[in-house]
Design a protein around this ligand. Sequence first.
Ligand SMILES: O=c1ccn([C@@H]2O[C@H](COP(=O)(O)OP(=O)(O)O[C@H]3O[C@H](CO)[C@@H](O)[C@H](O)[C@H]3O)[C@@H](O)[C@H]2O)c(=O)[nH]1
Ligand SMILES: [Mn+2]
Length: 690
Amino acid sequence: MPHKTTAAMTSLNGGTAFHSLHVSRFATLLFRAHALLYSFALFALLLHHFLYPSSVLLLAADLVLSFLWASAVPFRWCPVRRKEFPDSLLREVGRDDLPAIDVFVCTADPRREPPASVASTALSAMAFDYPTDRLSVYLSDDGGSAVTLFAFMEAARFARYWLPFCKENAVVKRSPEVYFEEESSDKAGSKNLKHLKSEDAVLEQVLLENSKDVDIAGNSLPNLIYVSREKSPACHHHYKAGALNVLTRVSGALSNAPIVLTLDCDTFSDDPRAPLRALCYFLDPSLAADLAFVQFPQRYQGINEDDIYASRYMRLFRFNPRGMDGLRGPSYVGTGCFFARASLHGDTKAALPISRSDAGRFSASDDVLKKAHGLAKSDFEDATSWGSTIGFRYGSLVEDFNTGYRLHCEGWRSVLCDPERAAFVGDVPRNLNDVISQMKRWIVGLYEVAFSRHTPLSYGIRNASFPMGLCYAHYAFWGAWCVPLMIYGLLPQLALIQRVPLFPKVSDPWFFVYAYLFLAAYLYDLLDFLINGVPFRRWWNDQRIWLFRGPTAYLFGTLEFLLNSLSVSAPGFNLTSKVTEEKQADRYARGDFDFAARSPFFGALAAVAIVNLSAVAVGIKRVATGEVEIGEFSMQLALCGFVAGNCWPIYGAMFWRRDGGRMPVRVTAAAAVAAVMLHMIAHLVSAFRG
Ligand SMILES: O=c1ccn([C@@H]2O[C@H](COP(=O)(O)OP(=O)(O)O[C@H]3O[C@H](CO)[C@@H](O)[C@H](O)[C@H]3O)[C@@H](O)[C@H]2O)c(=O)[nH]1
Ligand SMILES: [Mn+2]
């Protein structure tokens, strides 16, 4: 397998190159050839539907599949890889001329996001290999928790030892929690967390000030500021986007750095030179004029060997961004992203390029603090453009996706910074229910963009370019996967049991269209993973989880969005827990699926699994007894065999596992009832038609 492709190297920066761009000709050509053939086959498939109509549902499934396939083409059309040369940057610019950086860290709930870990994330950013007189770290605490504030006071003291220690010993892992690999003592959940109470709940506290505080070696420390914005029932607080906008304003008053880095509370820095890498782009005059953000991919720690829940999101965070980078730039993924502040203020692009020596002046005088206080009040944004045309955008649970998308539509660009060694590392949910819940929230948020007046299908295509609009449409309608997955996961199986053939016989030439479409899609996907050095088993698990999302995250997300649209329910941000119970963690480390929750997701998943298992059993029996001819049902049999094979962990969890990760009996029973009902409906329908 060719791991390296021919690389064309272009220097984008006239004199000293701060970065380079590689276009992989081989991969591009290979994909375009594949895309051409595949689109012919898709046309043939649709033609077949019109010549020999078999089922409207299958037609609907194939139409959605075709849309999702076509909208994913731009991701592979001309992917690029970049490289940064921070040493060249330092030689050219010099440390004293680097622009100031404001780092934003968000946290929301001390029970789900242990304050010690959050503080560790902040410390890892404070310890960046960067002049401390132009580095400020802001924490937004949406939980308004006294424990978090206390943890940050301790962190401020600890920084006096930690920063010189890192620098003297050239430590690369600058998250103390990760460095010491200690289990933080209060991870198991502290019950009596006090919430801060002050007159109006806004609380801002400057914990470290560069001009005053020094470490034990006498060097100055970066600024560290704790912010807890005011929340009131009268105003929507807009979740993380609201928190980020408060930080944007508060930091604007205090330090006003031209570069802003956003981090989730679990995303620690694992490369102290990450800011320098981002600056390789921001300080390149040929890019700077319209560069809104430099995105590092989301990467994670603690994923098990085979990555059973496909937590790496290879397509989402690794492959697709490279493709978008060859267009107008990758989407914003919420963390590990450096912004040009000007782009957040909706400033005209003339405000850029960032002046190199824009050190920003930190001031925390009483006047400034008073002003900042007002900026964090809950009603400050009333009748302003915050969240609509400036700052992080509101109206979607995926504020990151929405914000990046809108910036691209406004003409800004972005760059993917994807060094070999992960620069930022975060946590993944370690039980299946959390994994699915997280994705369900994303699906709802993505639909909110899909069906807004800024829908990528028209607004996006018009404003961000045709291929960018398609990429965004692909994501925005991600939940639509539930249509083909549910239909292909149930209909052919139920029809098999009712003796209704749905697909061409093996002897029929049309059979090859189906076979080709399935195999080519699967093989190409596998190739994508293998070329990128991902072992086969991880790919296998990835496609399995994709199937599992059909009756769970995709379906429930779609239904939830529908209910929200009808105002039956309202969107909510269910925070991903960063705490895993010990037994769950053990199961995850062993690579055992965790079905312990009494979750409707598992009920739906198990129902589909039971239908497929029964179809396999009945189908094999019928073929063995000569009741049906195998050629007529071969595709239906192969399909339920394939799905049932993928469902193996579900059968284990229902029938023979005895450990804590097995499926609750109630869930299994509910699923069995649902499966029986599906069979009855199928029976009635076929009786009615026959
Ligand atoms: O009201 C809120 C809700 C969340 N957060 C913070 O937002 C971050 C992300 O929340 P998390 O529960 O970890 O969501 P995930 O789904 O794991 O996060 C992914 O998806 C989010 C929504 O698209 C992005 O914001 C994140 O960057 C991205 O990593 C965390 O630091 C939270 O503390 C807040 O500050 N206020
Ligand atoms: Mn997260």
